[in-house]
Each structure stands twice: as C-alpha cells, then as structure tokens.
Design a binder for this molecule. Structure first.
Ligand code: HEM
Ligand SMILES: *[C@@H]1O[C@H](CO)[C@@H](O)[C@H](O)[C@H]1NC(C)=O
Length: 331
C-alpha cells in the first residue's frame, strides 16, 4: 500500500517534470547561449552602439520597443511581425502607428546573428538585450539580461490597442494596465522613468497643454513657461507629428531628472503628470521623491523592474519558435 503510493508519487513527479522541460515553464537564465552562441551579447551591443551613434534617439526607441512587445502577449517578439495573410501587425495599432521605430536595427542584428549562430537566438531575446544596451549607452544602469525566450507564432493587433496604456490615462488606469501584466505600482513608477529619454509627438501631449484640468494647483507658477515652450511646438490643431523631448531638461541622458520634472509639474504626458497629481495613497509620490534625490536607488530598482518586465508571459521550452526573420513566422 505504502509502496504503491510512493510509486505513484514518483510517477507523478516524473510526469510533471517531463511536461515542465518540454512545455513552457523553463525559467530564463543569464547564460542561455553560453554553448550555442557565445558572441551574442557582444554582437548585439556593438550594433546598438552603431545605431545610437547614427541616431541618438534610437536608444529610447529601442527601449520602448521591448516594453510594447512585453505588454502584448508577453515578451515574445510579437511586435516585430509584419502583417501577413489574415494577421494584422501590431505595428498598425494606435499606440505604435507612426510612433514605434527601430525595426531596421533589429533586422540588422538578427541578420548578423543568423550568420554567426543560425536558428539559435530568438528575436524576443534580442529585444531584451537591446533594451538593456540602449539604457547603458545613454548613461543608465546595466543588468544581467535573462535569456531563453522563444518567438510567438502570432501578433495581436487588438491586444496592442487594449494593453498598451494611452498617454492620457488616469493613474487608476495605469495601475490597472500594469497589474494586468503582473507588475505593481512600484514597477509603474520605475518603468515610466524611461521617459528620461526620447521624444513624444504633439499628438501625444496636446491634451496635456490645452486641457486645463490636467494642471495641478501646485504647479501653476512654472506651468506658464512649460506650456509656452510646448505650445510653440504643438498648436491647438495640426503639427501632430512635431516632437518634444519627454525630459525637457536632460533629453539625451538616462538619469533621474524625469522625477524632478514631474515633481515640478513638468511631465510631458498626462500619464507622467498623474503619477504626482492623482496618487491617493501617496505611495508613488514617496517613490518619486526618493528617486528624484537618489539616482543610485532609481538605477538599482529600475534594473530589477526591467528584469521583471522581461519575464512577462515568456515562451520557453518547445513553445513558439526561433524565427529566422523577425518580421515573419518561419514557414
Ligand atoms: C506608464 C505608461 C506609459 C505610457 C502611457 C507611455 C506613453 C508613451 C507615449 C505616448 C510616448 C510618445 C509616443 C509618440 O508620441 O510617438 C512614449 C514614448 C516613450 N516611452 Fe512610454 N509610456 C509608458 C510607459 C513606458 C515604459 C514602461 C517604457 C519603457 C520601459 C517607456 C518607454 C518610452 C520611451 C523610451 C519613449 C521614447 C521613444 C522614442 O523617442 O522613440 N514608456 N511613451
Ligand atoms: C484620450 O485621448 C483620446 C484620443 O485623443 C480621446 O478620444 C479621449 O477622450 C481622451 N480621454 C480622456 C479621458 O481625456
């Protein structure tokens, strides 16, 4: 009797273990390509360096791409797929259309990696490494990127519209959208610190400068100047694709200036501003003050949150595939 039970337990353990290694529960690891593609991180870094030398803003664009990938079906490179057959690309969705950029950089890296280590490195892992390198290149923190993601067989146009938060979201909506991804309020305050670099279109911040309800009374004094600068770039109508830096003070650096800006009421997007104007628990405000006064703390915590974001719904084991061309599923 006891022996039978023991054998049953052993059998169950073996079955569960078997499905784990075959299925999708294998955790990501830092040295995933140690045997199969040792130069992967060097190749990626060198190419991100070149891309950012040519176009400094590319660092921001590449960081954002990883975020837009992870929030839609998980970090599975679904964002990279072009439309094909009945599948509509996520690139066509509202948050991405005429906005997300850097696909040629990923194509170039994938092309080189396919020569160095054919059929080995996933596009989803490339996005994760690239995001880290982009942050480092602009003066931000580094971290060990966990690897072993596989690429999706599909894209989700509707998911991209549904899951990526809009720039005029309320704080409540932002918190909910992050919670949907298994990220908490702390991660929201941290990852939005990415708006320390890069640019937004007039279309994304117009409501922020013309809808008076977005202004907090504490901020009126500085707001006049802030608004004058921005309204010269972005009139009440038209000029939709003119840019302003998300961090007006140190636009090219990954630093903690973003937090000082939002405390002064100079967050460019409504979604930046609400972190300090709509926070009922005071939880985020406290964090914002801490990061504004301690860049080390921001950097360390940001790195942790990036690793957490990079783990969202990853495909592993025999799920998905290793795409040969990041824009198309293998045929
Ligand atoms: C909290 C919710 C967020 C909202 C509502 C939001 C919204 C936006 C918007 C509207 C833009 C400008 C797009 C345009 O006008 O073309 C932008 C740019 C950017 N976002 Fe966010 N974002 C959020 C969180 C994040 C996160 C979590 C990251 C990274 C981990 C990120 C990284 C960036 C970067 C780097 C840019 C500049 C891109 C460039 O210059 O090409 N954002 N974001
Ligand atoms: C947010 O922006 C969209 C598109 O411009 C608009 O339709 C919507 O009414 C805005 N939402 C809020 C809460 O202001």
């Amino acid at each position: 009797m006891e022996l039978a039970r023991l054998l049953l337990v052993i059998a169950l353990v073996l079955v569960l273990h078997g499905t784990e290694t075959l299925g999708g529960d294998a955790p990501l690891v830092p040295d995933y390509y140690k045997e199969t593609c040792p130069p992967v991180e060097d190749i990626v870094r060198r190419n991100v360096e070149i891309a950012v030398l040519k176009d400094p803003r590319m660092a921001a664009s590449l960081l954002r791409m990883h975020f837009h990938d992870c929030f839609v079906l998980g970090c599975d490179a679904s964002v990279l797929l072009d439309s094909q057959g009945s599948m509509v690309s996520e690139k066509q969705a509202g948050p991405n259309l005429n906005s997300i950029r850097g696909f040629e950089v990923i194509d170039e890296i994938k092309f080189i990696l396919e020569k160095a280590c054919p059929d080995t490195v996933s596009c989803a892992d490339i996005l994760a490494i690239v995001a880290r390198d982009a942050v480092v290149l602009r003066g931000g923190p580094g971290w060990n990127v966990l690897l072993g993601r596989r690429d999706s067989l599909e894209a989700s146009f509707s998911g991209a519209n549904q899951f990526i938060p809009a720039p005029n979201s309320s704080l409540q909506t932002l918190i909910a959208k992050f919670q949907q991804q298994g990220l908490d309020v702390g991660d929201l305050g941290l990852l939005t610190g990415s708006h320390t670099m890069g640019k937004a279109r007039c279309l994304s911040f117009r409501q922020r400068i013309y809808d008076a309800s977005t202004i907090h009374h504490d901020h009126y004094k500085r707001y006049t100047t802030f608004r004058r600068i921005l309204s010269s770039i972005c009139p009440e109508s038209g000029h939709d694709n003119e840019f302003a830096p998300l961090d007006l003070m140190t636009p090219a650096r990954f630093d903690n200036r973003y937090y000082i800006n939002i405390l002064q009421g100079e967050g460019l997007l409504i979604s930046d501003n609400v972190l300090v104007t709509q926070d009922p628990e005071g939880e985020i405000i406290e964090q914002v003050w801490a990061f504004a006064s301690n860049q080390e703390l921001f950097f360390d915590s940001f790195a942790n949150s990036m690793v957490k974001m990079g783990n969202i719904n990853v495909l592993t084991g025999n799920e998905g595939e290793i795409r040969r061309n990041c824009r198309f599923v293998n045929s």
